[in-house]
Write a protein that binds this ligand. Structure first.
Ligand code: ZN
Length: 167
C-alpha cells in the first residue's frame, strides 16, 4: 500500500496516511493535492485522479504535542541518504556509534548509515577506538527534514514517520 504525506494547512508535515485515505480526504474537500505521482493514477468513486504523494489539509489542525519521528533502521538509512558515514559510499547497514554491547541505544544520535565493510571493520568499538572518522554527525530528524526526505525519497514507504495522526 502506497503512502501519502499529509501537510497541515500551514505546510508543516503531520503524518503519512495510505494513499486511499488521502484520496478520500481530497474527495471530501478536506485536503488538496500538493504533489501527485507523475504516472500512477487512482480510481475512487466515479473519478480517476493522479495518485497523491503529498496532500495539504484545507483547515489547520492543532497538533497537541510535537511528535518525534520514531527511530528505525530504515529511517537512519533514509536520513543519511544511504551514504556510509565513514567513506561516503552506498550504505546498507546501520552502525551504532556506541555499540549496543556497550550500552549504546537505538537512537537517532547513536546511529549512522554505514557500508557493510566499514561496519565490519569498526566491529565492537566506538569510532575513536577504531580510529575511524565520521564524515557527518548524526542528527535528530525534524518534521521539516522528514518532509525533505519524503520529497527526495523515491519510495514513500521509506518515510521516517510514525503512524497516522489523523482519525
Ligand atoms: Zn563505508
Amino acid at each position: 500500500m502506497r503512502e501519502t504525506l499529509v501537510l497541515n494547512a500551514s505546510f508543516e508535515p503531520l503524518a503519512t496516511v495510505t494513499s486511499r485515505r488521502a484520496v478520500v480526504l481530497v474527495l471530501q474537500d478536506k485536503a488538496v493535492v500538493e504533489q501527485a505521482h507523475p504516472r500512477l493514477r487512482v480510481r475512487a468513486s466515479a473519478v480517476e485522479l493522479p495518485l497523491p504523494r503529498v496532500i495539504r489539509l484545507c483547515r489547520y489542525v492543532r497538533v497537541p504535542f510535537r511528535r518525534q519521528a520514531p527511530w528505525s533502521r530504515r529511517g537512519v538509512l533514509v536520513r543519511d541518504r544511504h551514504r556510509c558515514a565513514y567513506c561516503g559510499r552506498r550504505a546498507t547497514t546501520v552502525d551504532h556509534l556506541v555499540p549496543r554491547s556497550r550500552g549504546g541505544g537505538d537512537t537517532w544520535l547513536n546511529t549512522v548509515a554505514a557500508c557493510a565493510a566499514d561496519n565490519h571493520r569498526k566491529a565492537d568499538r566506538t569510532p575513536e577506538q577504531a580510529g575511524m572518522t565520521l564524515l557527518s554527525k548524526p542528527f535528530e530528524p525534524t518534521p521539516a527534514d522528514a518532509l525533505l526526505l519524503a520529497l527526495g525519497a523515491g519510495r514513500q514507504d521509506e518515510l521516517p514517520l510514525g503512524e497516522p495522526l489523523l482519525p
